[in-house]
Design a protein around this ligand. Sequence first.
Ligand code: NG1
Ligand code: ZN
Length: 534
Amino acid sequence: MDSKILAASSKHPKPVDHVFQYGTAGFRMKANLLDSVVFRVGLVAALRSRKLGGQTIGVMITASHNPPEDNGVKLVDPMGEMLENSWEAYSTELANAKDEDVVKVYKSLEEKLKINPDTASRVIYARDTRPSGPKLVQALIDALDATGTEYTDYKLLTTPQLHYLTRCTNTEGTPQSYGDVSEKGYYEKLGKAFKRAMKGKKTVGSVTVDCANGVGGPKLAELLKYIPTGSDGGVDIKIINDDVLKAEVLNHECGADYVKTKQRAPPSSKAGNNERCCSYDGDADRIIYYFTDPEHGFRLLDGDRIATLAASFIGDLAREAGLASELKIGVVQTAYANGASTKYVEKTLGLPVVCTPTGVKWLHHAATKFDVGVYFEANGHGTVVFSQQALKAFSTKEPESPAQASALETLRALTELINQTVGDALSDMLLVETILAHKSWTPKEWDLTYTDLPNRLVRVEVADRNIFKTTNAERTLVEPQGTQDRLDQLVSKFKDGRSFARASGTEDAVRVYAEAATRSEADDLASKIAALVK
Ligand code: NG1
Ligand code: ZN
């Protein structure tokens, strides 16, 4: 095997002087720098699979909301979760090895982790619509062939579809089976669960879906064949920005990241006042809702809104089902969640909120501590996870009334509708549509549940972002010394003021977030804190 790895590696030389890091979103950069990285990630996937006794590992080639010329690669663990933390460091180590040291580092990991090279290794993989994808897939295949790994190429998929398939592959034929191991199985599962959850209801008006000209477009079109639409009741979906043939339009002036950061609808959107709209990102693991209010203009319904909507609906159902005292329901957010949403969950919904550092893996992990854990980043990446106890309660509780039976049936349908492996724009959208249909809400009623505190997020270029060290889920700076005290003093002068600064994990910059009672105060506070950290 060593000579095979050596020969294959020579076809994928590492660009000199480039330092790679497996970050919160895997490896991500300009696609022309990624060839050696993807090859070596293939080696890591083989090691990881062998370490786990031949369980299947997922490899996704995507750069999500980044521009079309970028690409990236990330690994998916057997149950569809993100790669275990310690393996991020092994991936980084192998990605940065000199060409002549690749086999040596591979062998040293094998030895250190006590991996038996004779154990079978299995991988499944997919990519988004970027033109650089097929060439990078070849680099991956070369690594899988060199390591004697069995593999299945799922071609084009959304990131959450690959997470789904990874879990299905590893649970096939067991009592924990997550669904049929095929792309069709994914649509069938969602379609069936959506019909059950909707109970013949229909959403008010239509929803316009901006697919960011990414892989979500064709996949949503496919999903529509499995769900009730238009005259059958259900949901009336209008797809826009679904051009995957012109590479340059991917994420260009559209998509969830554009809408969230620019706080405006994509210019291509023709939706009228009060019409519900949503945007996916380039690999369809994020979703953001929005609409135009005739009085107040553009209104964003972001990840915090989806989390509060889901928590409120599931909390009500658990009460109606007589399970409220048995099940711990909670919401997980990051420090970027709007303070008004946190207050709404704690005070109005009466549910606990946990704050974790940025990065979905932290949120996901914290959510699994609840029986029903709702987690979302403000940017629209999130889902709901259910504990074994919750699943058991939903399926075994004897209903004492037709109302209880109905609530239990809706809860069971939701556990099938929600992609519990990872944030999933298609599944999250069907969840939101189900809740709005049950409540007969337009986006206006949803928007009225609470009022966001005015906030500002600024990106500050600094000489060295690594000097900024935080604690308390990134809300408190421990270094540079004294900075947090000065920050606190500035914040104390603002009504409802809150602010924090942390080094970005994906960009060479420090991000400053500030919120306060009014727009001008939030802006003022953000610029004062930005000046402080500069
Ligand atoms: P960084 O660059 O570490 O702030 C950003 C997003 C995260 C997350 C990651 C991964 C903000 C403020 N930060 O992280 O929420 O999505 O990218 O994509 O949106
Ligand atoms: Zn994404």
